[in-house]
Design a protein around this ligand. Sequence first.
Ligand code: UDP
Ligand code: MN
Length: 305
Amino acid sequence: GEDTSSLSDPHFHVLMMFTKIDKSRSLQEKFRVAMLSMVKHGDFLEEEVLVLHFVSDQASQELGQRMLQEVLLDATFQYEVVFHDVVDLTHKLFPIVEAMQKHFSAGSGAYYSDAIFFLSVAMHHIMPQSLSRIVQVDLDLKYRTNIRDLFKQFDHFPPGAVLGITREMQPVYRHTFWQYRKENPKTKVGEPPPDGLPGFNSGVMLLDLKAMRASALYNQLLEPGNVAKLADQYRFRGHLGDQDFFSMIGMEHPQLFYALACGWNRQLCTWWREHGYGDVFQLYYRCDGPVYIFHGNCNTAIPDD
Ligand code: UDP
Ligand code: MN
């Protein structure tokens, strides 16, 4: 991009959702695997700083601070840790995302507490203007490479792209867009790669906040009327939050997205193989090329190195 200031900015911002962690041993273990592998492969220049942002409640923050002391022990790079209060962020987010929640949340109402599942969608309004890029990642990941390399992907964004994201690796959107696909039998919506539009997975997201702020198209798509129009056009009804929103607008405006290689978010969940989609599953699931990050989604075990 044209942003020369970011070339010299030595801060690399990574954000993770980190709520109710004290209630789940399984999430604690996933977090440990993610952080230890991130630290193991993390390599930065002397003047660079990895800034770890956590969106958290009080109990999770206290646990997180204790666990971080341990998992960051072997870090060879500078880092900072920032905790964001989930209540504060929800308060800022709710007015922006309230209208879209009913299309992309479980249940029928727009629950206030569900707004946080749309954080990435409005991150450009929530984070300070001085923050121009942030990477949002799940906790159920295992890094096999230097996370610094992920940030290099920002430099490949074509003009107009606001978000870097990997495709969804199960036929979940083949299922969700079922009605639209029936009414439009030749559509690429929900079809497998390389020619189809399988939707996106939100486990690893590169948010170009500066581009998100600058994109008239992207900000129009956040307006309640336009969300409703697209959801109606695609007969869309989901429950996966930001991932559903991005997948839906990506059907209409693929140029807003930079397609990260599948190896940057190699999802391992096979749930849909056993739930009616076994015949087409491999078309979606296969990922050739190197795996940089494993994603053990739907509680799937991640293979050892
Ligand atoms: N998460 C959280 N608290 C929870 C559940 C989830 O903070 O109680 C966050 C965590 O960062 C996690 C992300 O939400 O990685 C998405 O959930 P998960 O990875 O379990 O979903 P999946 O990838 O299996 O769909
Ligand atoms: Mn996940």
